[in-house]
Design a protein. Structure first.
Length: 317
């Protein structure tokens, strides 16, 4: 399921905090091969590439940029700052449905089977920690901004898992969920956002109460603007109507839309700067560069790559 949703397979965007510190990076897997091309977020300037196993579906970065975690099928491996593998692949015997690094950079979490696996990544040695049992098969994963709780989507709903006691401490049912499309993301305001049929659900992580923001079509996994005031979603599978929507987090109003452009359907948005975003289209196998996000006709240029996705940026402790 990882290849369809959380990372949507092969083009991987994350904050790889290497040189300079805290500088975002965009990673792209080409149509053939396993070497990950690395680009600076602003301007897509080519940087040192990362070696990855064939079939890699996700790369996550520790905040200091000294460790990269590469997910492929039911295994993960560890690479150093130069992109060289330093730990042979390890796995759980089951496909990894989702993976996430805690915002404080201390742990990496994997959802596989009916369990949530946890590893201490704060030092040079990766140490497995006690995990948690889940009700149902997970298909999406997020972590609270304070790194205390994980949130997992299963058929039972959105469940909160305390990462100290490794127990489920709350669950909420949300309408319109689809394991092949739905995801969960912690927003910059601390709330959780879950995309569903015709709605973007906003969930309070403490009370697990939710409200629904109506949107057209099935929105994509949310992407947030750097100032934390807006969220961007695509209209999944929309050949007509809104291909992209920008929503104000305070008012829940849709402030801008982009209608489908020459039947291009976008799967995911990546924020690229104050006036630029990137949008991936699996139907066209291209990464588009969009400029002037306030205008409805900002399709500008593209790069040829296989698929697109983004892992959430880790926060330095």
């Amino acid at each position: 399921m990882l290849a369809k949703k959380l990372f949507a397979c092969a083009v991987l965007a994350t904050s790889l905090l290497a040189q300079p510190a805290n500088e975002p990076r965009i990673l792209l897997l080409p149509s053939q091969g396993s070497t990950v091309s690395v680009f600076a977020n602003e301007g897509l300037t080519a940087l040192t590439p990362i070696n990855a196993p064939s079939g890699a579906t996700a790369i996550l970065a520790r905040p200091d940029g000294n460790r990269y975690f590469v997910v492929s099928g039911n295994e993960f491996s560890v690479a150093d700052a130069a992109g060289n593998e330093i730990q042979a692949p390890a796995g759980f015997g089951l496909p990894i449905a989702a993976a996430e690094i805690t915002p404080d950079g201390s742990k990496i979490l994997f959802a596989a089977g009916t369990s949530l696996y946890s590893y201490d990544i704060s030092g040079d040695t990766i140490k497995q920690l006690p995990g948690a049992s889940l009700t149902g098969t997970p298909y999406a994963l997020a972590v609270s901004l304070d790194s205390r709780d994980a949130f997992v989507l299963t058929a039972a709903g959105l469940s909160r898992i305390n990462l100290t006691s490794n127990t489920v401490t709350g669950t909420v049912q949300l309408a319109g969920m689809d394991p092949s499309k739905s995801s969960v993301v912690a927003g910059p305001n601390g709330f959780l956002y879950v995309n569903a049929e015709g709605a973007l659900h906003e969930v309070n992580p403490r009370t697990m109460e939710s409200i629904s923001i109506p949107v057209a079509a099935f929105p994509s996994k949310p992407t947030f603007t750097p100032d934390g005031t807006k969220v961007m979603v695509c209209g999944l599978g929309a050949k007509t109507g809104p291909a992209l929507m920008i929503i104000d987090l305070a008012t829940h109003a849709i402030t801008h839309t982009l209608n489908a452009f020459s039947n291009v359907m976008f799967d995911y948005m990546l924020w690229g700067g104050p006036d630029k975003v990137y949008a991936y289209s699996s139907s066209h196998q291209k990464l588009y560069q969009l400029t002037d996000c306030t205008a409805p006709d900002f399709l500008d240029s593209f790069l040829n790559y296989r698929h697109a996705a983004a892992s959430r940026a880790s926060r330095a402790r």
